[in-house]
Design a protein around this ligand. Structure first.
Ligand code: ZN
Length: 280
């Protein structure tokens, strides 16, 4: 008698559990639906007489076609921020083209005094997604300069960049990476964080493309800011090897702003990012 009762009860339990499971799955589809409805225009006819699971497949197909919307963010790839100082020069466009060919971009810390003779190069780098940022007007050591001099150096270059592309990236790299409390204070007034570097290639001292390549490839790590100078032919030649190799190794070549936003979230004016020299 007991055995006769147990079997039907067992069947009823399976039935109840199955229904509950079904409801959980269904409500998960519903929540995806709701978030999708907020992000893309709906064509109601697509969903008529369609079971939830099939409708979900249609939704995924629509999402796939309207690219930038993703249900789940892909894991971000490691980033490297190449930075080029002291230009623009005759070698800059070669570097800009290489970056573009390999789907990368970089940050160029330009000197205000060099902008007027190479406005086309500034436009070129900007139009291909690179960042044009402030490296002072004359490249003097600002850690020894007066408040007024620091202010003039920053303002002149900011205005010169804006006069070409209508905007100047809110980033400042002091010449020689040399700061002082006064440099930081004036930079903060302009809304500039101070951007130094993590990897110093010493490309200005050793004019050897292979050496530049070796330094970068042996030290490259996610989030690194790399210091280079686009005023040497040897640096441009090194980029012919470095840029494709970094991409092959899975690095995204990004601007400093992108790298810092990813690493720190908020970027604080007057704060120093990376390694440099500070005079007290
Ligand atoms: Zn410099």
């Amino acid at each position: 008698m007991t055995k006769l009762l147990i079997f039907p009860i067992f069947l009823i339990m399976i039935f109840i559990t199955g229904c509950a499971g079904g409801q959980v799955v269904h409500s998960a589809y519903q929540s995806v639906y709701q978030s999708v409805e907020e992000t893309i225009p709906q064509d109601e006819s697509l969903y008529e007489d369609t079971e939830p699971e099939a409708a979900f497949e249609i939704t995924l197909a629509i999402l796939d076609r309207s690219a930038p919307v993703h249900i789940e963010e892909a894991e971000p790839r490691p980033m490297i921020a190449l930075t080029f100082d002291d230009g623009p020069s005759v070698y800059t466009s070669r570097i800009v083209d290489l970056l573009y060919e390999h789907g990368g971009r970089a940050t160029f810390f330009v000197l205000g005094s060099r902008i007027d003779s190479r406005r086309d190069v500034i436009l070129h780098m900007h139009s291909l997604g690179n960042e044009v940022a402030n490296h002072s007007w004359s490249h003097r050591n600002l850690s020894r300069a007066s408040r007024d001099s620091i202010y003039q150096e920053l303002r002149g270059t900011r205005n010169a960049i804006s006069s070409v592309i209508g905007y100047s990236a809110p980033l400042f790299r002091p010449p020689y990476g040399a700061t002082s409390p006064l440099v930081r204070e004036v930079a903060a007034e302009f809304g500039y964080p101070i951007i130094n570097w993590h990897i110093d290639t010493l490309d200005w001292r050793y004019r050897d493309p292979q050496r530049i390549y070796d330094v970068i490839m042996s030290q490259a790590e996610p989030g690194a800011i790399i210091l280079l100078h686009d005023i040497h032919s040897t640096t441009a030649a090194a980029m012919e090897m470095v840029i494709p190799r970094l991409v092959e190794e899975g690095f995204d070549l990004v601007t400093v702003s992108e790298a810092l936003a990813y690493r720190y979230g908020e970027i604080v004016p007057g704060e120093i990012y990376g390694v440099g020299f500070e005079r007290n």
